[in-house]
Design a protein around this ligand. Structure first.
Ligand SMILES: Cc1cc2nc3c(=O)[nH]c(=O)nc-3n(C[C@H](O)[C@H](O)[C@H](O)COP(=O)(O)OP(=O)(O)OC[C@H]3O[C@@H](n4cnc5c(N)ncnc54)[C@H](O)[C@@H]3O)c2cc1C
Length: 490
């Protein structure tokens, strides 16, 4: 694409941005420019093998495909949290679990444009389900969806599956078309053990389009406004700052990146912006506020018969959903084996609260507004979440005591107190709702139901930050659906 302006500038080529760039550039008369701060590899062969291997999590310290910040999960518990950096975004480094939001999750978006029935064609369009056919599955979409069959299950996956069934939980053979939440195989965005992220699936096949340009290593510093209209972006590339004019700017910078960019552009809570020395240009009180994510308690155990690491096995093959409240995750290896450079850690059963009441906030650091953000999760601040956490831990310990699992795994030093839970608290890294969708900016909505920023022309946000409430399943499949649908709505 010649020149350095575009009809649409997309900021971030992650799970959503890659989809949007591919879909919007199907119109040859629309010039689309996709910018990403990280690597903008030009061919599938350029993707580092570790990003394709579903048997590892490429999120270790120093991993160039991630950036990390200090996550304040509670006042006492701080952990490093990663986000993807470069084409494919967080979907290039994630666990590969690809489960749709439920009907109830989408009802919470409170828009006729986003009911489950309205979203279904876009879920289907995004995928080729290799296991299930029929009207509620896609057979020609870019993302292959696959479930590991029973004969490929890690012993822990198999034992957990059988223990959950014996405990009376319903079988859930297809988590993407389910009558009742229960125990079943995890749909994976993968083929032959390769993690298929959206850049690989959507973008690389169309990157030679004359009207699509992809620029990596280009960090957007801010969105440029002329009155109430976005007119372009200011970027930094190889130490040089330049301006790129645009007809429309779409932020796809992720649950943390998009609110940061809005705030750095003077769009957000006015008092807070003034407090960090940024002149407010457009007040939107909800930017960065009210996000939700899935707290996850790590229940450690030891293998009774020594090491059970099976390289190449997906991180998660089966999981148990208990209504919309809990997801129990029998990881197939310890994080020491999954994440390069990790300290020695025992294997663990994850207990995630999938519908937490807590809400967090992202703010700029007054000492360095262009630097790392402050991300406060406020996990377990409310008694209702603490009660859920205790109950979820009970469920996990009951399952670990079942004969199938007891034969393989012995829980380590677990006690059922709030203190123990807090000390073993992590995050699922599913942050959503930091620029949430809704009709009323005074009630904290940042974008309308078509993903357009309230009160501004030519500026939209399409990524997990607009999902009003974190879905009761992992968000990746829903993020892809969101971008598919938004490509039509914008
Ligand atoms: C380690 C990990 C494991 C996970 N596991 C799962 C899982 O198994 N299943 C699941 O459902 N979900 C999982 N998730 C969550 C899921 O991957 C994310 O919610 C989803 O990928 C987010 O998509 P997105 O498009 O909103 O943002 P991202 O995919 O994070 O994309 C944001 C993009 O914007 C770019 N960017 C940011 N700021 C700028 C800027 N200023 N200028 C230019 N570019 C910028 C980034 O480089 C990145 O490419 C996981 C997340 C992580 C981090």
């Amino acid at each position: 694409m010649a020149g350095s302006s575009a009809d649409v500038v997309i900021v971030g080529g992650g799970s959503c941005g890659a989809v949007l760039a591919a879909r919007l550039s199907t119109d040859p008369d629309r010039r689309v420019l996709l910018l990403d701060a990280g690597d903008g590899y030009v061919a599938a062969e350029g993707i580092p093998p570790r990003l394709l291997d579903l048997g590892v999590l490429p999120v270790g310290e120093g991993e160039p495909a991630t950036w990390r910040y200090d996550g304040h999960l509670t006042d006492a518990r701080r952990v490093p949290v990663m986000r993807g950096f470069g084409l494919g975004g967080s979907g290039a480094v994630n666990g590969g679990y690809f489960v749709r939001a439920t009907r109830a999750d989408l009802a919470a978006w409170d828009s006729d444009l986003w009911t489950y029935d309205a979203a279904l064609p876009y879920f289907c369009r995004s995928e080729t389900d290799l296991d299930h056919r029929g009207p509620r599955h896609g057979d020609s979409g870019p993302i292959p969806v696959h479930r590991d069959p029973p004969d490929r299950r890690h012993p822990i996956s198999a034992a957990f599956h059988d223990a959950a069934l014996d405990a009376g939980f319903p079988a859930e053979p297809d988590k993407n078309d389910s009558a009742a939440a229960g125990i079943g195989p995890v749909p994976l965005n993968a083929r032959d053990g390769v993690r298929v992220n959206t850049a690989l699936a959507y973008l690389l096949p169309v990157r030679s389009r004359h009207n699509l340009e992809i620029r990596g290593h280009t960090r957007v510093l801010r969105v440029l406004l002329d009155g109430d209209r976005a007119v372009g972006v200011q970027v930094e590339r190889a130490g040089t700052v330049e301006t790129i004019p645009a007809g429309t700017v779409v932020l796809c910078s992720g649950g943390v990146g998009s609110p940061l960019l809005l705030m750095r552009s003077g769009i957000g809570p006015a008092d807070e912006l003034r407090g960090v020395g940024i002149a407010p240009l457009h007040e939107l009180s909800g930017v960065g506020r009210g996000f939700s994510d899935h707290p996850e308690i790590a229940v450690p155990y030891r293998y009774r018969d020594g090491a059970m690491h099976r390289p190449g096995t997906p991180v998660l093959q089966v999981c148990l959903n208990v209504g919309d409240e809990y997801e129990l995750r029998p990881y197939t290896a310890s994080f020491t084996d999954l994440v390069a450079g990790s300290p020695a850690m025992p294997p663990q059963l994850g207990v995630a609260l999938m519908n937490p009441a807590s809400r967090g906030e992202i703010t700029l650091d007054p000492a360095d507004p262009q630097g790392l953000p402050r991300v406060r999760y406020r996990y377990l601040e409310l008694e209702t979440d603490r009660r859920s956490a205790r109950h979820g831990l009970d469920l996990a310990l009951d399952l670990l005591a079942a004969p199938q699992l007891r034969a393989l795994a012995q829980p380590l030093d677990v006690d059922r107190t709030d203190d123990w839970i807090s000390a073993h608290l992590g995050t699922s890294q599913h942050l959503s709702g930091s620029c949430r969708m809704g009709p009323d900016p005074d009630a904290g909505a940042v974008v309308d139901e078509r993903c357009r920023v309230h009160g501004l022309e030519g500026l939209a946000v399409v990524d997990t930050s607009v999902i009003p409430r974190v879905p009761s399943r992992g968000p990746h499949a829903t993020a892809v659906m969101l971008a598919e649908r938004a490509a039509e709505l914008l």
